[in-house]
Design a protein around this ligand. Sequence first.
Ligand code: C6P
Length: 408
Amino acid sequence: MTDLADLRSDFPILDQKMNGHPLIYLDSASTSQKPNAVIDAIDDFYRTTNANVHRGAYGLSNDATDRYEAARARVAAFVNADAGEVAFNRGTTSALNQVAYGWGLYNLKPGDRVLLTLMEHHANIVPWQLVSRHTGAELVYVPHTGDYTLDLDAFTELLDDRVKVVGVTAMSNVLGTINPVRQIADAAHQIGALVVVDAAQAVPHVAVDVRAMDADFLAFSAHKMLGPTGIGVLYGKAELLETMEPAEGGGEMISDVQLDSSTWAAVPHKFEAGTPPIAEAIGLAAAVEYLERIGMDAVRNHEVEITGYALDRLGAIDALTIYGPTDTSNRGGAVSFTLADIHPHDLATILDQRGIAVRAGHHCARPLARSLNAPATARASFYIYNVRSDVDALVDGLQEAREIFGVA
Ligand code: C6P
């Protein structure tokens, strides 16, 4: 296994007991833990540089602005974008709402279709539903195959000239499936549709290059990639951001305000109404720096290895069903499962008593859960600080659950 074990000491939260056991954190798809480098960067910003950005005519505010804009440049480079193509917001959810309300609301009309996948998180479904109420556009979904990959034949069939937007998750937060975004983008672009990529689970775990993907818009959250909560990123192709309307109005995003109309600040500032998440941007840049130091190839290799180990060990448990590809080459580290007819919340509670944190429920992907006929699953998800013994502890905990519930 790629040896990232030394990294664990960078994460102070992992050095504690939970219910009398060492904490084993297997819920990084929900939110990742934070290394000292990120915590310290935020602490340092508040101690030395805190002031509002793009406002002050004084040194401290200029320093804060410089650090904020340097963070933008660093984050943009991480996904091979230009700084002007990256707007900060509250997270993936807010970024996808910006696209739906800033682009969809003004460009969709009755008869148009938004083609989504059944694997989408609610964040890439509900904003389109809300906007379709105003535009009359219809939502259509690409199903998945029995092996939990996207049904590309169905995609091809559904992709006709009514489709104006294709929304796809780069990596499913439930199945772990990595979708062929470039292939989807090429097909969508042939019929003139835009491609909106939910990269909330992808950017933390694999090297993402917006140009190689040819994404028109791409969204991700800092808190899943070692950064703080409260900040996310919307990437958009420059020409789209230029013409797109802002979804939120207020201070900082304007060029001029008259009594009955306004003009917008230059991109990307027109998408950053109000005081932005400044310290959070500094923290996100520190997270990017930390990941770059490890190298995204090493991050991915570690994930492939620990996920492969988990799939092997979990797969050997009788009556345990894994929902997701078993081939690590096309999946990430989110492993959802059920065990006989034990309710996933009971599994999570039993594991919690052993200090093991997993998520249970529909994982904010109800249409997917319904299509799997599994309204709730338990989910273990891995990141750079997880080691094989974490998987072993999970398996022991599940064996205990079998005994408690008398599973034959
Ligand atoms: N998924 C999970 O446990 P926010 O909350 O805006 O940072 O991210 C939303 C989001 C969007 N897309 C995908 C693929 C996601 O996984 C998430 C967040 C968490 O799976 C919390 S529901």
